[in-house]
Design a protein around this ligand. Sequence first.
Ligand code: UD1
Length: 390
Amino acid sequence: MNHISPILCVVGARPNFMKMAAILPALTDPACGLAVRLVHTGQHYDEQMNDAFFRQLGMPRPDDNLGVGSGSHAQQTAAIMTRFEKVVDEHRPRAILVVGDVNSTIACALVAAKKGVAVIHVEAGLRSYDRAMPEEINRVLTDQISDFLFTTERHAADNLHAEGIARQRVHFVGNVMIDTLHRLLPQAPTPQEVLAKALPSSDDAASLTAGGYGLVTMHRPSNVDDPEVLERLLRCLGEISAEIPLLFPVHPRTRARIFGDGRDNSSRESGLAALLSKTGQRLIALPPLGYLEMLGLMSKATLVLTDSGGIQEETTSLGVACITMRENTERPITVTEGTNTIVGSDPEAIRREATAILGGGGKSGRIPELWDGRAAERIAAVLRTHFGSA
Ligand code: UD1
């Protein structure tokens, strides 16, 4: 991948990897023939958050790893910018391509835009209209300085137009994350296989979930950073687990809030850990899972409870009922067409919706337009026209 004047493709955090896994092969396919260079900012670095994903997704080793690691938003963003600037200076790319809404997305877009390098944003135009979410700020700012904006749903173009972004820069192509889901779903392990690997010492986890299970993910600062909110949610999940066992792969941010991160073992954190073990064998904490393991569990779940963005889309594609524990979504098509219901973080509302789904009242939904596994091809076709002969 060491061609002159490549397109620098940037990944940083877990939700970026499955998107880039679809885009890279499409750009480097002989039919498109663009030179690319993969840059990893190192925002996520754990084996479980990072390396396992690269392996399962069949991603090449990054050409550059900026190794920024964790930090406050300002520290992380600044470190990415400083290090990414050197990569841009060295390789003089004809464009950079960023995906999604994480800190790496805005940091690299900002560096490129100020150097007069074209910015390509995949998954543009999504808006929660909630500026308390760091991702919303990243989305709005990245779109403002992008030259090519690729969208996953038609409505996103209206959001962009309302912010003064010319329609010619916007291309509705579908959802690259769903490209990867289509490709890898046949390789996903069964729930029993996932549990046997994730909980080797527990022999009854598989039998416990044989009659159906729910899947939980939770890591948004608004749900996990305030101990009172987190405690309310854990109690609520404990109650739902009396109706159906819940599998809960715990994100490092959430794990640190529940169990402490080794530095701060406050009584509040110990209390949450006790709460989790008391709600017992039916709210089952797992380590963060690989992509295939998540797909395996998600595709066979009776319901999913989440505050993730990507999982709202994956459940819609899989036709699995999803309860989103947030006040809003930047992905409204998962609600209007898909299987998603937004309930906020009020335990009563979450319990009510879970009971309705378990009683057979879940949405069946339909597949949104262009979520057909070919979004990356459409992106490659647009980019080839603009950058193919340079
Ligand atoms: C980031 C993204 C979020 C995305 C999420 C998926 C931003 C603003 N947020 O949030 O949009 O949904 O990733 O995971 O970019 N940590 C580890 N190991 C790792 C990475 C992180 O232990 O490999 C811990 C660190 O202690 C860190 C915490 O998790 O403090 C949070 O990580 P960070 O990347 O800052 O944000 P996320 O909450 O993961």
